[in-house]
Design a binder for this molecule. Sequence first.
Ligand SMILES: [Zn+2]
Length: 63
Amino acid sequence: MDEILNEVTNTIHKQEPGNSALTTPCGVTNNLSEDRLQQTAIEQLDTTTITKCGRCFDDGGGY
Ligand SMILES: [Zn+2]
């Protein structure tokens, strides 16, 4: 469970390492309430229907 899904935009972000709160390196969680975010694992997601955050993932698209 190292990723955070933004349920509003269907975008997956990385969880900031060593931080138990829902924070991401790109800072998206600063602008969202935590009830819009879901802690998850990317392996459990259908990556054809979600977008990877371009700032959290090197191979990501937008954010
Ligand atoms: Zn991100």
